[in-house]
Design a protein around this ligand. Structure first.
Ligand code: SF4
Length: 266
């Protein structure tokens, strides 16, 4: 049992490192967390009848922020939001943003796109090269895969809203740094407050860890709905990860079936 658990985590680690390589991130320091149980799996019944399951303390990715609170908008910040909040106002507030060092290397701020009243919002990590060039989210290879994922549940890109945790491309597609996420993520949280989707789908660890204030890995927390400020939130793999690890597509498909079932439930 111990050996199979070790094998499980080594496979998770291998996949994660391949993902970092895919996005151009180098020079990592990993802390092993091999003493905890692997994630539970869910039956077809869970797929057909989505339900909220409690988040358990879990293995983490070492690149998570040291303090979960440092990544997130605190509750009192929500209370300070203006009553005339809108996506347009948030974009105006961002302006020609110089709040973090990513402003010096970006071409375009990538705010987000799609239906401002979407029932389903996808949240990724950060713009890549194509997104930076065009000012639109998920337009590169990973974006084309996301389009197929969206269409697999009988929706179009125009039906959903797509955005990222941070709005400017990190140099060489490196993982966003803690200060960049803490500076930029309030804009994402304001976007979610305005759109008020029925479902938030986090694509990858950055979105999940930022919104849920957790250090848990995607492999641990994916596959079930959680409550998020009146919405249901589900975590799944980032399309860039799927390009490198096509075997994970079956997990994403299961997550998409959960989303589709919940959207059709009322
Ligand atoms: S990443 Fe966000 S906080 Fe940083 S410069 Fe861009 S818009 Fe501003």
């Amino acid at each position: 049992m111990a050996e199979s658990r070790r094998s499980f985590y080594l496979q998770q680690l291998k996949s994660r490192l391949e993902f970092y390589q895919e996005i151009g991130l180098e020079g990592l320091f990993l802390k092993p967390h091999l003493s905890q149980e692997p994630p539970q799996t869910y039956s077809e019944e869970d797929v057909s009848q989505p339900e909220t399951k409690a988040v358990k303390e879990s293995p983490t990715n070492s690149y998570a922020a040291e303090s979960p609170q440092s990544l997130s908008l605190f509750e009192e910040d929500y209370s300070q939001m203006s009553t005339d909040e809108s996506l347009e106002k948030i974009r105006q507030d961002i302006g020609d943003c110089q709040r973090c060092k990513l402003c010096s290397t970006r071409t375009h701020i990538v705010f987000g796109s799609g239906n401002p009243e979407a029932r389903l919002v996808f949240v990724g990590e950060a713009p890549g090269a194509d997104e930076d060039a065009q000012g639109l989210p998920f337009v590169g290879r990973a974006g084309q895969l996301l389009t197929k994922i969206i269409e697999s549940i009988n929706l179009k890109r125009e039906d959903v809203y797509i955005c990222n945790v941070i709005k400017c491309r990190p140099p060489n597609n490196r993982f966003p740094e803690k200060d960049e996420i803490s500076t930029c993520s309030p804009f994402l949280l304001r976007q979610l407050e305005v759109i008020k989707p029925k479902i938030v789908c986090c694509l990858g660890a950055a979105a999940a860890q930022t919104i849920l204030k957790t250090k848990s890995s995607v492999g641990w927390i994916r596959g079930r709905f959680q409550d998020y400020r009146g919405a249901k939130l589900i975590v799944t793999y980032h399309p860039a990860y799927l390009l490198r690890n096509p075997e994970a597509k079956k997990d994403v498909w299961e997550d998409m079936k959960r989303i589709k079932a919940l959207l059709e439930s009322n």
